[in-house]
Design a binder for this molecule. Sequence first.
Ligand code: GLP
Length: 244
Amino acid sequence: MKVYKVKDYETMSQKAAAFLAAKMILKPDALLGLATGSTPIGTYKRLVEMYQTNDLDFSGIRTVNLDEYRGLPSSSPNSYHYFMKENLFSKVNILPENTHILDGSNPDTESVCQEYEDKIEKLGPIEVQLLGLGHDGHIAFNEPGDEFADRTHCVWLNEQTIQANKRFFAKEQDVPRQAYTMGIGTIMKARSILMLVSGSQKAEILKKVLEGPVTPKVPGSILRFHPDVTIFADEAALGCGQTG
Ligand code: GLP
């Protein structure tokens, strides 16, 4: 695991975009694993800028997203479908048929999850999986628990996650209580992983990810067992000291 300390959110976003751009240039038909949340917004902005200046081509790029709220149609402004369209897909020359996100509007958990696993298997392996870190240590929507969930599945969101994500919704009751998410095993199969962490409110959990025991109680800690993980974390998230 390579941990790079960066100055702030802007620098983190710049470096993350450069990292992803390098992968895209080397492999123009790469399958990218994408993430949502506040953390990657700056990265997507930079990628859009690179596209606008003709420095990046998305025409062959394929994507799979980590997760989606269960019960939200893709047209909902709070869905991750909508987020991806707003922040990236509608602004670059990616082909819509090359973008894949779990179908939150389909209540048939079994088939949604199985189809997604099959899809990743067919399209994969994921060249680089972008990850944020939840306040409770979750990656994608793999919440803390007694075991690491292997494959794509349906989860109940933790109270802490509902509280953290309610800022995107008009009111707390609107936050869906369930989500579909890639499993830890699905994520760990990616060839490489890029995790971004920003802000002092993530410092405590990031320390646990980096230095605590590897445990499903801190899902992000499993990344220590992956052979190719890069973390760009800003000074606030790292506290002081740690550099890579
Ligand atoms: C959300 C997403 C995660 C994301 C995390 C952190 O619940 N499902 O994929 O990494 O929370 O979000 P943020 O970047 O807004 O802190």
